[in-house]
Design a protein around this ligand. Structure first.
Ligand SMILES: CC(C)(COP(=O)(O)OP(=O)(O)OC[C@H]1O[C@@H](n2cnc3c(N)ncnc32)[C@H](O)[C@@H]1OP(=O)(O)O)[C@@H](O)C(=O)NCCC(=O)NCCS
Length: 158
């Protein structure tokens, strides 16, 4: 992902995630803080999928639509903020390939876990990719910020 992709990424997010709105600045900040973790998948002329990910504190999840300010000193997990595919890219193996590539990057960078908040009925997909639900009482408020009663914090050991 480059700065030039940000407007297409915001448009995709609005289309794919109408229930989980995030400001354009959230995408721009993730790209600025950790460009190695931000990618688009282009099939044809414009992106049909994107992923935003970055190192983060273990057992923690930033609230939806929030700026991070900076990455924490001594981050302990590799956090997937958002993976989103337009309908035409789903069921093609692109999502699994993206997760595999992130896992390889995270392993090479020395992380032992990946984590995320699964929303939008995606937990089955994440379970198939090796993630398991972790119930952490301290995260309840942050999970509520997603406005999805099925939002769940999930972790995969690398
Ligand atoms: C979650 C997501 C990344 C998974 O990618 P995918 O390519 O759909 O993954 P899979 O091919 O493994 O399919 C996942 C599920 O969607 C179904 N599916 C596959 N292609 C589909 C399509 N074109 N349209 C609708 N559903 C489809 C599959 O049957 C499967 O259902 P199951 O989990 O009940 O078995 C993708 O569906 C997506 O971007 N969804 C919208 C954004 C989102 O929710 N992101 C996750 C935020 S944590």
């Amino acid at each position: 992902m480059t700065v030039d992709d940000l407007s297409a990424v915001s448009d995709l997010a609005t289309r794919i995630h109408p229930s989980f709105p995030e400001d354009a600045e959230v995408f721009a900040e993730r790209l600025r803080l950790y460009p190695e973790g931000c990618h688009v998948y282009v099939d044809g002329k414009s992106p049909t999928a994107y992923v935003l990910s970055h190192p983060w504190r273990a057992l923690d999840a930033p609230p939806l639509n929030s700026l991070l300010g900076e990455l924490p000193a001594g981050p302990a997990t590799y956090y997937i903020h958002d993976l989103a595919l337009a309908g035409e890219a789903r069921g093609t193996g692109v999502a699994a390939a993206i997760v595999d590539a992130l896992a390889e990057h995270a392993s090479e960078a020395g992380y032992r876990t990946m984590s995320l908040v699964a929303v939008n009925g995606s937990a089955r997909f994440w379970r198939r990719r090796g993630f398991a639900r972790l119930d952490i009482a301290a995260l309840a408020d942050k999970l509520r910020s997603y406005g999805d009663e099925d939002a769940q914090f999930m972790v995969r050991t690398l």
